[in-house]
Write a new protein. Structure first.
Length: 349
């Protein structure tokens, strides 16, 4: 017998406060919860939603809402975790785009499939991870990426993209690019596959992890230990979004030429900087903000976190406009002192 199609889960005038990690007030005129690829196609085929502007929302940890959303908000809640293949040189794991990123990392460690431990405790969903090409403590998502599935929001067709097609850059991918060939706002990621190399090798060349090695005397930590170290480091420096509204690191670490770096070092010898493989230099945005005296400061009900100047927080009842006002003041301050324009990581709507 033919099965009856499952209707879309639709809410009208839906509050988005609990769907963004900043806890900012905003209302979606229409919110559709996507729990399968079929749901995405139902949206595409819908007489009203199919032709309407759309905004894809994952865990809400990379967005600053400054207004109500008239677009159809597609809340991605596709679940599932599995080992897809076990090869001689890698484990290939697959996760639904609606899964918690940290839950995925913890699950792979528990299963004995290491490789994601440096990316522990990054807030957000699995589907958002490739959009942002998330990274921490010497590892980026692209270093562990295999492929992903997405559904085109115009045609409803499923596509599979490899790393080259995703055009990964520093906190960037084809899903954030609106120009030629860009997919910003044009597709919904449904499943992500990650390649965890065998044999496992720890990535420890990061200052905070080197301090852990020195403090513990453990120069050969296993993956579980690295996972625990990263969780401890992040919890000591970063606020829990469940307790203090925030979007994690608010600004990208700026990348400059060696000449620019030497000029800044000449004025500020203590600046934190990291050489990159291509010869450029990455500067620590948090250090730049702290050097301008912003740590712990507040504008309205938005503030700079006391333990990490790179994190902007909701002090309680903040609006998106207050967060943006604070961010712009920080940008102007850093530019005035260092001649560097800080670029926000989150999408500002």
């Amino acid at each position: 017998m033919p099965t009856t199609p499952v209707p879309l889960d639709v809410q009208h005038r839906a509050s988005l406060r609990e769907h963004n990690s900043f806890g900012l007030p905003a209302v979606a005129r229409t919110l559709v919860r996507l729990r399968s690829e079929a749901d995405v196609r139902r949206v595409v085929d819908h007489p009203d939603y199919g032709v309407a502007p759309k905004f894809v929302l994952g865990g809400g940890s990379n967005v600053v809402l400054t207004r109500d959303i008239d677009s159809v908000v597609l809340k991605v809640e596709i679940a599932g975790l599995r080992l897809l293949r076990e090869k001689a040189d890698a484990w290939i794991v697959e996760a639904g785009a609606g899964e918690s990123w940290h839950a995925l990392v913890a699950w792979t460690i528990e299963q004995g499939w290491p490789g994601l431990e440096n990316l522990a405790l990054i807030p957000g969903s699995v589907g958002a991870a490739p959009v942002q090409n998330i990274g921490a403590y010497g590892v980026e998502l692209k270093d562990r990426f295999d492929s992903l599935d997405a559904v085109d929001l115009v045609t409803g067709r499923s596509v599979t993209l490899d790393a080259a097609a995703c055009r990964f850059g520093y906190r960037d991918s084809v899903f954030k690019q609106a120009g030629f060939g860009g997919l910003a706002g044009k597709s919904v990621i449904t499943r992500v596959r990650l390649r965890l190399p065998r044999p496992w090798q720890p990535v420890l060349g990061y200052l905070d992890l080197e301090r852990k090695i020195a403090d513990t005397g453990n120069a050969r930590p296993d993956a579980r230990t690295v996972f625990d170290w990263v969780c401890a480091i992040r919890r000591a420096k970063l606020p829990d979004p469940a307790l203090v509204g925030n979007a994690g690191s608010f600004f990208k670490n700026p990348v400059v030429s060696p000449e620019q770096c030497r000029d800044i070092i000449g004025r500020d010898p203590e600046i934190v900087h990291y050489p990159m493989a291509d010869g450029s230099i990455k500067l620590a945005a948090g250090w730049l903000i702290d050097a301008c005296g912003w740590k712990g400061k507040t504008v309205g009900r938005a503030g700079v976190y006391e333990r990490q100047a790179l994190v902007l927080v909701n002090r309680g009842g903040a609006s998106g406009a207050e967060v943006v006002t604070l961010a712009r003041a920080i940008q102007e301050s850093v530019y005035g002192r260092f001649g560097i324009r800080l670029e926000p990581e989150p999408i500002i709507l």
